[in-house]
Write a new protein. Structure first.
Length: 202
């Protein structure tokens, strides 16, 4: 009977991507790119947060509220109708609830609502950086995120307080991408996708 010789299997370790390995050779200032992006975003957007007044439908939707303090009502009534406006066909309970909470805590000032938009935008920058890290050359990733962070189209989303739903939808989308990368279970992935789509609709 011949002896069966078993060869030890080499342990499989995840290969370090070239993009990830390249971060070890980056200058210190590029390694701290997320913080630099946050500073850049604040510099670009903060003047609009502080100086600009009410924009478009912010006046009838946010400057005053017919049911101030009734946060639960954001879920049972159309958003604009609950605020006291004539246009009652839009129902966005999640953004309206977030705006109602910050208004209750800090008052109904334009800078308060734009601060909410800006805070969400900064969170989105961090989520985008986490998702893109290791996917390409760090310099390319940094450039793309920088352009995205300060693009004029996103300045509009931050400066227009009522447009907070766009910024929040972006947060949900980036969380979904992060979850798809992090989890391998089909059930978990499907749960994240279903929850993300539901939140985006609300």
């Amino acid at each position: 009977m011949s002896a069966e010789v078993s060869c030890p299997r080499a342990t499989e370790e995840p290969a370090l991507s070239e993009a990830t390995a390249a971060t070890d050779t980056l200058p210190a200032w590029l390694r701290h790119a997320p913080w630099l992006l946050v500073v850049l975003t604040l510099v670009v957007h903060m003047p609009h947060v502080i100086e600009a007044g009410w924009v478009v439908d912010d006046t009838r939707n946010l400057s005053q509220h017919a049911h101030d303090g009734d946060i639960a009502g954001e879920w049972s009534s159309p958003t604009y109708a609950h605020a006291g406006g004539e246009q009652g066909h839009i129902w966005r309970p999640v953004p309206a609830t977030a705006q109602h909470l910050v208004a209750t805590l800090f008052g109904r000032d334009p800078s308060v609502f734009r601060g909410l938009n800006l805070g969400l935008h900064v969170i989105n920058i961090g989520l985008l950086f986490l998702w893109m890290r290791g996917r390409s050359n760090p310099r390319v990733t940094g450039l793309l995120i920088t352009v995205w962070a300060a693009h004029p189209a996103l300045v509009e989303s931050v400066a227009w307080s009522s447009d907070v739903y766009d910024v929040m939808a972006c947060t949900v989308a980036l969380l979904m991408l992060w979850a798809l990368d992090r989890y391998r279970s089909i059930v978990v992935r499907a749960s994240w996708l279903a929850g993300g789509v539901l939140m985006a609709c609300l």
